[in-house]
Design a protein around this ligand. Sequence first.
Ligand SMILES: NC(=O)c1ccc[n+]([C@@H]2O[C@H](COP(=O)([O-])OP(=O)(O)OC[C@H]3O[C@@H](n4cnc5c(N)ncnc54)[C@H](OP(=O)(O)O)[C@@H]3O)[C@@H](O)[C@H]2O)c1
Length: 256
Amino acid sequence: MYRAHPNDGIAWVTGASSGIGRAVALELVQRGFAVAATARRAAELDAMAAESHNIFSFPGDTTDRAAMAATVSGIEAAHGPIALAFLNAGVYFIAERDGFSASLVWRTFEINVGGTVNCLDPVLAAMKRRGKGQIALTSSLAGYGGIAGSSAYGSAKAALIYMAEALRLSYEQAGLTIQVVNPGFVHTAMTAQNDFEMPFIMGADRAARIICDGFEKKGFEVLFPHRLAYAFKAMCLLPYALFFPLMRRAAQRARR
Ligand SMILES: NC(=O)c1ccc[n+]([C@@H]2O[C@H](COP(=O)([O-])OP(=O)(O)OC[C@H]3O[C@@H](n4cnc5c(N)ncnc54)[C@H](OP(=O)(O)O)[C@@H]3O)[C@@H](O)[C@H]2O)c1
């Protein structure tokens, strides 16, 4: 299965203005890639580009489908083919803990699913034409199974896991490698909102090294930290009569 190499083209990272995306962009540069960085905050991207001659700022809102098509064309016109796309831009609105809200659910889906789809569309087409390319979608361990206060975020992430699985099967014959990245807790602006204990939380730099190692390996899923990921995976296989009490107990322990 194809694995992107810096000689094959540039890497495109969305959500690159902070957190995991920013750390992955910097790690990819360490590993020899030129990186096109996308997010809404142009100033953050420009500051990164000013620090590294291998980072190029392509600001944009992933929910704007035409803008993402133009971004992919713009990157390829200026820097050649996109060999690796890390579609990572995403949000969690803390207000969803206060109760169900249709507008919050739709906004979460618009960014986390719709934004990813808007990036996938042009980059899949370009890679398919070339007969090679690697794409990784950032989902979350939260996509494995229901978590209280996460009905919008978690279900949007579950959709991305499904999408990545389906695309992996649909595009492997075309020479494309699709992966999913499922992080546990990582210190970023997103988790800084949380007021509960986050087991095995790690720094964004460490997460970026794990993610970039995952790009180089054979597997479909890049998941971490392993203890949390496999424990939650196993819980999600249990009958609901066991799953729900275990989830309630885990939530109580995290709130202590
Ligand atoms: N931190 C964790 O524990 C954790 C765990 C599992 C999964 N994740 C996932 O990891 C990804 C990165 O999150 P993070 O933790 O690194 O949080 P973060 O620091 O808040 O980063 C989110 C990134 O997404 C970008 N973004 C948001 N909406 C966008 C839009 N409409 N268009 C373009 N860019 C947009 C933000 O940039 P702008 O605001 O400049 O647009 C920012 O660069 C997300 O998909 C998140 O769900 C995080």
